[in-house]
Design a protein around this ligand. Sequence first.
Ligand code: IYR
Length: 228
Amino acid sequence: MKPHETVPYSLPRLSDEESITRARAMRDRLKQRRTCRYFSDEPVPREVIEAAIEAAATAPNGANHQPWHFAVVASPAKKRAIRQAAEAEERRFYGEDGDDPKASEQWLAALSDLGTDADKPFLETAPYLIVVFAQRKGGIEEDGVTQNYYVSESVGIACGMLIATLHEAGLATLTHTPSPMGFLREACGRPEWEKPLMIVVVGHPGAHASVPAHALRKKPLSQISSWL
Ligand code: IYR
């Protein structure tokens, strides 16, 4: 390593047994997470959202530029505007506007087990929509000029940590990606060098919430890993 300014770093040392127990406990908690499309309008404390965003912002990222912005939408009028714009895009995607679908037949077939359509009531029902923006430029000062690096990777990891923290706080989430989603930049008043990446819908599951059965089928460890 080249000389650079440092601060000491250490972690509490766990026994191997404790380490295995904790890893398995975390796995089991995360296994309970499901993408939920039915939300109740019950409020959620703002403090949970704030803490989850701070947790997301600890994500490893390119050159510590922290190339993310989380726009938290709670206003009913703003949620309604986002729903209307998202549904207009989705009607074109699914061909519910009378034209040929923008999605390929293959894509629509891949979605058939999910039961999704252009109707997105959760964008108004859920108490919070966290619109995640990836900053293509700006550096840590957010000057809009400095180049950022590994932006998708950094913001993708941050979203994972956001979702994991919200799950740990007992909340349901949905990663929603209307396509295209350029309208979100204007809706949230963000600058042109930021790219909307996804909406993380947050709240409690609705009283009769259900999730698709097909996603219970997970690839086994032997398939998703190789040991060299
Ligand atoms: N954005 C659309 C379609 C969609 C695409 C994928 I890939 C999904 O996993 C789920 C939905 C929609 O939200 O309906």
